[in-house]
Design a binder for this molecule. Structure first.
Ligand SMILES: [Zn+2]
Length: 273
C-alpha cells in the first residue's frame, strides 16, 4: 500500500471515498484498497501505482530494485505546452519516481522472477529512453540469470514523443532483447493493465509467451477515433477491451487482480522445463 494513499486517508473527509467510473457507486477508499484497489461493487480495477503492484505481486520485502539511478534527459530540448525538462521535474515530484518504469528482481510465492512495471501516473506510462533502457536491461538480466520475466504494462501514452526517435527506437531495442531472451529459452509473461496503448502495445506488451490482462483494460494501438477516421467503418462495441481481445484470441487469459500472484506462480510452474 502506497504511502501517499495512507496519508490521504488521514486527511480531509472527501479523501475517504472514491467514485467508481464503471458502476458510479461511491465506495469507501479503504474497502477498495483492501480488495487490491478493485471496486467492491462491480470489480472495476482502479489504477494501481507501481509500488503497490510490487507489494501485491511479490513476496513481502523480496523486491530488489535495479537501475534506479537512470534519469531521463532532454537531448532535443523539446517544448510543447511546457518544456520537457520542466514536465519531467513536475512528474518526478508528483510520482516520486525518476521515470515511468520500475524493474528488479523478486519472488512470487517463492519463485524468483525479474519484474518490470510501467506506471501510468508518470507521463501516462509512456516509453522514453529510460523506460526502454530499464526494460531492456531487465530482459538481459533475466536472460543471463535464466529467470522468468514478468512485465506489467500500464501505458496509455505509447512512445514518448518528447524524445522523438530516441523514444521510438526503444520499441526495437526492447523487442530485440526479448527475442534473445526467447532464443535462450526464457519465459516471458506479459500482464496488460488499463491502459496499454501505442508503442508499448506495439512492442514488448504484446510479445509475451503468455499474454494475460486484467478485466476491463483498454488495450490497443491507435485510439478509437483515429482508427475510425482512417478506416471509415463502424467499429465493434468495446473492441479494445480485455474481454473483446480475449474472445478474439489476441490475449490468452483475463485474470482478476486478486488472483494474479497465484496465477503467475502457476504459469511459471507449468512452463518450467
Ligand atoms: Zn464499481
Amino acid at each position: 500500500m502506497g504511502k501517499e494513499i495512507r496519508t490521504a486517508k488521514r486527511s480531509v473527509p472527501e479523501g475517504h471515498f472514491i467514485r467508481c467510473p464503471q458502476c458510479k457507486a461511491t465506495v469507501f477508499k479503504k474497502d477498495a484498497e483492501s480488495r487490491f484497489n478493485v471496486c467492491p461493487e462491480c470489480s472495476h480495477h482502479f489504477y494501481l501505482p507501481a509500488r503497490d503492484r510490487i507489494h501485491q505481486l511479490l513476496d513481502a520485502d523480496s523486491f530488489e530494485e535495479w537501475f534506479a539511478d537512470l534519469r531521463p534527459r532532454d537531448p532535443l530540448q523539446f517544448s510543447d505546452r511546457v518544456l520537457y525538462s520542466e514536465r519531467l521535474q513536475a512528474e518526478q515530484k508528483k510520482t516520486g519516481m525518476p521515470d515511468a518504469a520500475v524493474v528488479g528482481r523478486g519472488y512470487i510465492r517463492g519463485r524468483p522472477v525479474v519484474l518490470g512495471i510501467t506506471d501510468f501516473a508518470f507521463m501516462a506510462g509512456s516509453m522514453g529512453s529510460v523506460v526502454g533502457e530499464k526494460l531492456t536491461r531487465a530482459t538481459e538480466e533475466a536472460t543471463r540469470m535464466l529467470l522468468p520475466l514478468i512485465l506489467v504494462s500500464g501505458s496509455g501514452g505509447g512512445a514518448r514523443m518528447q524524445e522523438g526517435i530516441l523514444s521510438l527506437m526503444q520499441m526495437a531495442k526492447v523487442s530485440a532483447a526479448l527475442a534473445r531472451f526467447d532464443q535462450a529459452g526464457g519465459l516471458y509473461v506479459s500482464v496488460l493493465t488499463n491502459p496499454t496503448m501505442g508503442g508499448v502495445a506495439a512492442s514488448f506488451a504484446l510479445q509475451g509467451d503468455l499474454t494475460v490482462a486484467e478485466p476491463g483494460a483498454l488495450i490497443g494501438f491507435a485510439g478509437k477515433r483515429t482508427i475510425k477516421n482512417t478506416v471509415r467503418l463502424e467499429l465493434p462495441e468495446g473492441f479494445q477491451t480485455s474481454e473483446f481481445l480475449f474472445q478474439h484470441g489476441f490475449i490468452d487469459r483475463i485474470i482478476h487482480r486478486k488472483d494474479l500472484r497465484t496465477e503467475i506462480a502457476r504459469i511459471i510452474d507449468n512452463c518450467e522445463r
